[in-house]
Write a protein that binds this ligand. Structure first.
Ligand code: ADP
Length: 266
């Protein structure tokens, strides 16, 4: 039985009106995301990945094509059904960590007693028990990003959109966060759309991978990553993992030599 898609995009086009010429950021993107998938959206910087997430979160209008988030008959309410994690944690520096996590619950008016309990559970899930009363400046970059993941989950959204959430972290912290997010995805049964320009990260995390080419964003391919979960970091050394990264390098017109690994590290 095929599952119903939770995201349906067909022929999406987006033009930014700028002071100079109009900029075609997304030219023709078609994809479905199924409930429970972890979809990696990979492509070079500036190819339109963030724009696609913003269209899905209803933060930007699109100029052509059709988008359904949720189902056609019952579309998701972006503030209730979608959680977002950005490249920077964007925590409010004057609020304690738990109060930052509670912010979306306050905004949409969820009962505070239950939400506070859930915030504690989520902070524990992301490894921040004991830091509830700290302020953001007292946490490392990786810890702040984990708090922002807890904040994105506080209202129990069905869909989580992540826009290069680990791009600003050092390599080791980033690998730990990759393990963390995989664990959270498996434990919470959410659908996640994860934007990255790291090919390794895309293969490591995704149950499916969507590859976009240089701007304006066009689909190069959309395929399942059939490596078993849970995945440990050592999977990156396997030929099966290498075959997926090689496939993406090819799609992006890179090869799997020094040039390709330089692009992945960028
Ligand atoms: P990516 O996330 O893949 O790095 P973006 O979606 O952020 O790419 O950007 C795609 C293109 O659209 C880039 O050329 C960028 O400069 C342009 N762009 C993004 N946001 C805006 C905006 N608000 N106004 C004008 N141009 C924009």
């Amino acid at each position: 039985m095929t599952k119903e898609p939770i995201i349906h995009m067909k022929g999406i086009r987006k033009v930014y009106k700028t002071r100079g010429a109009d900029l075609l950021a997304v030219s023709d993107v078609t994809m479905d995301v199924e409930d429970g998938d972890f979809v990696s959206l990979v492509g070079p910087s500036g190819c339109g990945k963030s724009t696609i997430l913003k269209i899905l979160a209803d933060l930007h209008p699109h100029d052509g094509g059709t988008v359904h988030v949720g189902s056609e008959s019952t579309p998701f309410d972006p503030s209730r059904d979608i959680g977002m994690v950005f490249q920077q944690s964007l925590l409010l520096k004057w609020r304690r960590i738990i109060d930052n996590v509670l912010l979306p619950a306050e905004i949409i008016g969820l009962p505070m007693k239950e939400s506070r309990e859930r915030a504690r559970e989520l902070l524990s899930m992301v490894g921040l028990s004991g830091y509830e009363s700290h302020y953001p400046y007292e946490l490392s970059g990786g810890m702040q990003q984990r708090a922002s993941i807890a904040r994105a989950l506080i209202h129990d959204p069905k869909l989580v959109l992540m826009d290069e959430p680990f791009g600003a972290l050092d390599a080791l912290t980033r690998e730990k966060m990759n393990l963390e997010i995989q664990r959270i995805w498996e434990a919470s049964n959410k659908t996640i759309l994860f934007v990255t320009h790291s090919i390794q990260e895309a293969v490591f995390l995704g149950s499916r991978c969507v590859v976009l080419t240089s701007g304006p964003a066009r689909m190069a391919d959309n395929f399942p990553i059939e490596l078993p979960f849970p995945r440990g970091l050592s999977i990156k050394a396997t030929p099966e993992f290498g075959a997926y990264t090689k496939k993406i390098y090819k799609l992006l017109d890179l090869d799997d030599s020094a040039e390709a690994s330089a692009a992945d590290r960028a």
